[in-house]
Design a protein around this ligand. Structure first.
Ligand SMILES: C[C@](O)(CO)[C@H](O)COP(=O)(O)OP(=O)(O)OC[C@H]1O[C@@H](n2ccc(N)nc2=O)[C@H](O)[C@@H]1O
Ligand SMILES: Nc1ncnc2c1ncn2[C@@H]1O[C@H](COP(=O)(O)OP(=O)(O)OP(=O)(O)O)[C@@H](O)[C@H]1O
Length: 285
């Protein structure tokens, strides 16, 4: 059986407003998700045995908590009669816990790959709903299209925002998503907006001020980045991003990045490549 090699790209939250909180503690959001052409890679190979064989380029992520394994187990439980042996290798590129949704993207690519390889009778909307059990960011990656999201991030309205170049900077600190969402100082009453009216100036990331207060290194990196272009936190951080019209401008800023931080330049994309890769694979096999 040939190996299916698929992308698991990152997302940016172009803005993130918190409009309320549910009784179970989860927050109601309004956010605009866009993908970037930068991310992890996953290789899937069906095997003759009925075992699951998982490896990862980062040893600390090879354990049973990896969202890739949790995605496989979820489908095995839901569709025991369809499940088959599979070997999966995760080539990790995205920083963990960076607000780029790396783990969620890996999980979504796994769900999409196994739906095809195991021939599961599931629509994309049903797969996204199932993926929500793994994390609030999984549905956007299953859907595969940039979108305005409401609810806890799972009610998706497709959008086609402009596709600038981004310089994404990781300030070298780990921000815990639960810590930010549980913090009493997090603002939770942003008025809903009309997504068609959004622009950079009438939106923000509601987590940014708190994250900068709790993690001064994020504030420092933002103060540096904003000198080059409009800049913002993605998700609950720690990554921040600046948008540029030209790739060259983003690369020139990256050249000046202080050694304490890491960064990369990527293009905004409104369609996740994994869907196209799967369509191509299905016409070949
Ligand atoms: C910050 C974002 O990345 C924005 O896209 C997401 O909202 C977070 O998505 P995620 O990492 O997939 O989130 P989950 O793994 O479901 O939840 C992580 C933690 O964040 C909290 N959480 C998450 C999403 C949400 N809408 N409200 C929350 O309060 C949950 O209580 C949980 O403690
Ligand atoms: N495949 C995976 N890749 C990265 N992290 C994973 C993976 N599976 C499980 N994890 C765990 O999930 C945590 C969050 O990782 P992830 O990179 O998805 O965060 P994030 O980019 O902040 O996501 P979000 O924006 O959804 O909060 C990590 O600290 C790690 O322990």
């Amino acid at each position: 059986m040939a190996t299916l090699s698929l992308s698991a790209v990152a997302k940016l939250n172009l803005f993130l407003h918190i409009t309320g909180q549910r009784h179970d503690g989860y927050h109601l959001l309004e956010t605009l998700f866009q993908f970037i052409d930068y991310g992890d890679r996953l290789d899937f190979t069906l095997t003759a045995t009925d075992t699951l064989d998982f490896s990862c380029s980062v040893a600390e992520l090879a354990g049973p908590d990896n969202l890739v394994l949790r995605a496989v187990q979820l489908l095995q439980q839901e569709f025991p009669e369809h499940a088959r042996g599979v070997r999966i290798h995760l080539h990790k590129v995205l920083p963990c816990g960076g607000g780029l949704g790396g783990g969620s993207s890996d999980a979504a690519t796994t769900l999409l790959a196994l739906r095809q390889l195991w021939q599961l009778p599931l629509s994309t909307a049903e797969l996204a709903q199932l993926g929500l059990q793994l994390g609030a960011d999984v549905p956007i990656f299953v859907s595969g299209h940039a979108a305005f999201a409401q609810g806890i991030g799972e009610q998706l309205t497709p959008m086609t925002p402009a596709c600038p170049w981004y310089l994404v900077v990781h300030p070298g600190v780990h921000v815990s998503t639960p810590t930010i969402f549980q913090h009493p100082q997090l603002p939770r009453q942003h008025a809903p907006i009309d997504p068609q009216q959004w622009n950079w100036h009438n939106t923000q990331n509601d987590c940014q001020q708190l994250v900068c207060q709790l993690y001064p290194e994020v504030a420092k990196a933002l103060a540096w980045l904003v000198e080059y272009a409009p800049s913002r936190l993605t998700g609950t951080g720690a990554c921040i991003f600046a948008r540029f019209d030209q790739q060259q401008q983003a690369l020139a800023a990256l050249q000046q990045l202080p050694a304490a931080w890491t960064g990369f330049v990527a293009r905004g994309i409104n369609e996740s490549p994994v869907c196209q890769q799967l369509r191509q694979a299905s016409t070949v096999t």
